[in-house]
Design a protein around this ligand. Structure first.
Ligand SMILES: Nc1ncnc2c1ncn2[C@@H]1O[C@H](COP(=O)(O)OP(=O)(O)OP(=O)(O)O)[C@@H](O)[C@H]1O
Ligand SMILES: O=P(O)(O)OC[C@H]1O[C@H](OP(=O)(O)OP(=O)(O)O)[C@H](O)[C@@H]1O
Length: 202
């Protein structure tokens, strides 16, 4: 049995579609149920940010999560496979017509991705104040909460619709299959078989 933590929403659905293609069976969570057990798999329906936590503590052998979340958590986990889903980038968002002013003594950045943003400025030896937000990040510069944001960009529509421009990219992200280190060794055969079958349907 392999326990796999999936992030609620579109990535979970798209991952289960891949499992259907790989194993020829439908995997669907029943209404409001958080566990789906079928054909040797136990899927857990968890919050995106919580996926690495379940895997790190061994409550799940495997998980599916964006590289952006992995970078934020800084856990020691094994990256098994790029699932080619949830492709996006983590980038700056600036009020239209403004640029990232690297000569400023201190920049205020609002973001969900605190560590990624902090590292960007540390590497450039620049002072930064990070304001942690949990969603609707694009709103923050419009009402003067910050100078700029660091957020997920896919099409760029959300930024554009809110009077922002996409600035420099910090990292590219896509959903990866990750593994707990102990599970990786203890359940190597099952995990390798799964990886091979998923790889074949990507
Ligand atoms: N517009 C997008 N296009 C493609 N991928 C995205 C997009 N937005 C987010 N993602 C990817 O999907 C993951 C999940 O996004 P989602 O917005 O559901 O996360 P979240 O709001 O941080 O989750 P939670 O708050 O439930 O923990 C992100 O970490 C990122 O890797
Ligand atoms: O470049 P785009 O194609 O417009 O996509 C980017 C948007 O998608 C995500 O938002 P989500 O819908 O997950 O909402 P939230 O993060 O504000 O909760 C992300 O945080 C951006 O706001």
């Amino acid at each position: 049995m392999l326990t796999i933590a999936l992030p609620k929403g579109r990535i979970a659905e798209e991952t289960l579609d891949k499992f259907e293609k790989a194993f020829g069976e439908k995997f669907i969570f029943e209404d409001r149920k958080l566990i789906l057990e079928k054909s040797g798999f136990r899927f857990l329906n968890v919050r995106n940010q919580d996926v690495p936590t379940y895997v790190m503590h061994g409550a799940a052998d495997l998980g599916v999560v964006g590289l952006d979340v992995l970078e934020e958590k800084e856990y020691d986990l094994i990256k098994l496979l790029n699932l080619q889903l949830g492709k996006c980038k983590v980038a700056f968002g600036l009020r239209r017509g403004e640029e990232l002013d690297m000569s400023k003594s201190k920049i205020t950045v609002a973001t969900k991705h605190e560590k990624i943003a902090k590292r960007y400025f540390e590497e450039r030896a620049m002072a930064v104040q990070i304001i942690k937000l949990y969603g609707s990040i694009e709103l923050a510069p419009l009402v003067g909460l910050c100078d700029c944001i660091v957020d997920i960009v896919e099409t760029g529509t959300t930024m554009k619709q809110n009077g922002l421009e996409v600035g420099p990219t910090i990292m590219e992200s896509s959903a990866h299959l990750i593994a707990n280190k102990n599970s990786y060794y203890a359940k190597k055969d099952l995990i390798f078989d799964l990886r091979t079958k998923l790889e074949a349907v990507l």
